[in-house]
Design a protein around this ligand. Structure first.
Ligand code: TRP
Length: 324
């Protein structure tokens, strides 16, 4: 079975953007591939030195992974900081890439702009090198990510090639697996759904909360009265219908265009469809509510299994390098 390495930085509760951009894909890949799911806690340090919320955020995030249907018996879930080999391979790989190559990374540039950061730290510049170590340690052949992460997977391919050429073949070249909805717009019409922009629907939101949040969603500004004809192609709520309510999509489109469907009803139906799709997640999440120790057990078990693979790879790395 081909191996998949997927990961996320622990930022707490996940939203619909995480789900359609990555998580749903992870679950779909479970039968077909051998999956490793990484909590990229060291990556958090590239943009913040405050570590006080990392543990809580990790537990909330993996509860959402489990709620989405990740089966931890099949697919180990583990923290980067608990497997020392990530740091070790990161160090070796960092010698095989130039700073100029890393400075060209568009994701870094975007982050620097968003965070108003002039001088990235040495570690921040190395973000994709650490990510490459994450992927290559498990010999991941496929990496399910959103579009913004594709440049990082490209760097991991270059590093695999570079290592193999320099020391002997150890690593397969990983391939990015993009999802068609890799970027879900936020409720306010901004390009990206994000908790910090307050435009997100969380996977753990109750149906009433989803209704409330949807009520504020951005729609066609020219559809002012209920019976005004609308333009679904520029409407955010319609975009959500296409993704979460495909069965009613055609009817919603014609209702909006003719003016027979008002925004209030349209939003209500959209919220219902989303709540319906999230119902099985709510059910599975409940099992872990108030049971952080069960979540810690999931990590401990995953970390044992991940460490065995990581150690075997590092032995091959040392052998190829003649470090015996
Ligand atoms: N950089 C990824 C993100 O922000 C998280 C990540 C870290 C990752 N290591 C990884 C993703 C390895 C895939 C594979 O989303």
């Amino acid at each position: 079975m081909k191996r998949v390495l997927s990961g996320m930085r622990p930022t707490g509760k996940l939203h619909l953007g995480h789900y359609v951009g990555a998580l749903e894909n992870w679950v779909a890949m479970q039968g077909e591939y051998e999956n490793f799911h990484l909590v990229a806690d060291y990556h958090v340090l590239t943009t913040q030195s405050d570590t006080s919320d990392i543990e809580q955020n990790t537990l909330e995030m993996i509860q959402d992974w489990l709620a989405a249907g990740i089966d931890p018996e099949k697919s180990p879930i583990f923290r980067q900081s608990k497997i020392k080999e990530h740091s070790e391979l990161f160090l070796i790989l960092s010698m095989l890439v130039t700073t100029a190559r890393l400075e060209r990374n568009p994701t870094l540039k975007e982050q620097m702009r968003d965070l108003n950061l002039r001088n990235p730290s040495y570690g921040h510049l190395g973000y994709p090198v650490l990510q490459s170590a994450d992927i290559l340690l498990y010999k991941g052949e496929a990496v399910p990510v959103g579009k913004d992460q594709a440049p990082h997977v490209e760097i991991s391919r270059e590093l695999a090639r570079r290592f193999n050429k320099t020391y002997g073949v150890v690593f397969p070249e990983p391939e990015a697996k993009l999802t068609p909805f890799s970027r879900l717009p936020g409720l306010d019409g901004q390009a990206k759904m994000s908790k910090s922009l307050h435009n997100a629907i969380l996977l753990s939101d109750e149906p009433e909360t989803i209704q409330k949040r949807m009520h504020k969603a951005f729609t066609d500004p020219l559809k002012i009265r209920r019976n005004d004809p609308g333009r679904p192609d520029i409407c955010l709520v319609y975009t959500y219908h296409t993704r979460f309510n495909a069965g009613e999509e055609a009817e919603i489109r014609s209702g909006c265009e003719s003016g027979s469907l008002g925004c209030v009803d349209c939003k209500q139906r959209c919220a219902e469809a989303i709540a319906g799709q999230l119902a099985p997640l709510r059910e599975r999440r409940r099992k872990y509510d108030g049971r952080p120790d069960d979540l810690r057990d999931v990590l401990a078990d995953g970390e044992k299994r991940a460490a065995a693979v990581a150690q075997a790879t590092m032995a091959q790395v040392h052998e190829a390098m003649g470090l015996g």
